[in-house]
Design a protein around this ligand. Structure first.
Ligand code: NI
Length: 138
């Protein structure tokens, strides 16, 4: 971070106080770091609206006793193998499995695959983290 730009921002006093509280409560060392992360989040959000390649992490919780579910989930991941970078599977207990699937592709395509997997009967929870390959931040 050798090339820093400094700027001042005007906001209403109550909003400024909310910002200060957010910074304190989220354990950021200072306001600048907090605002940098806000801007990065916004850039990644924007990247997901385009056709540019993004990175997604899908977490699935499912009941592997649900008939044919493991096969259907595997089948879908093979079908979208261009987007699936890696999958980690954990047997949580006798019945439940957790899977973390790292995906790479346009945000729209990642969401489509995530929605397809989430809709399978026996999937109890699905959460998608919208990440970035880093290009949005350069
Ligand atoms: Ni399992």
């Amino acid at each position: 971070m050798s090339d820093l730009a400094r700027f001042s921002v005007s906001v209403e006093r109550p909003l400024f106080e909310r910002l200060e509280r957010l910074v304190r409560e989220s354990d950021y060392r200072n306001r600048s770091e907090f605002i940098r992360d806000l801007v990065r989040d916004r850039l990644v959000e924007q990247e997901w609206q385009t056709e540019r390649e993004a990175l997604g992490i899908l977490s699935l919780l499912y009941d592997h006793h649900a008939r044919g579910l493991s096969e259907r989930l595997t089948h879908a991941q093979h079908h979208f193998s261009g987007q699936v970078l890696a999958t980690t599977h954990v047997h949580l207990d006798a019945r439940l499995c957790a899977e973390m699937i790292m995906l790479r592709g346009p945000g729209r395509a990642i969401r489509a695959l995530a929605d397809r997997l989430r809709r399978e009967r026996g999937v109890l929870h699905a959460g998608l983290v919208a990440g970035t390959t880093g290009r949005a931040l350069r």
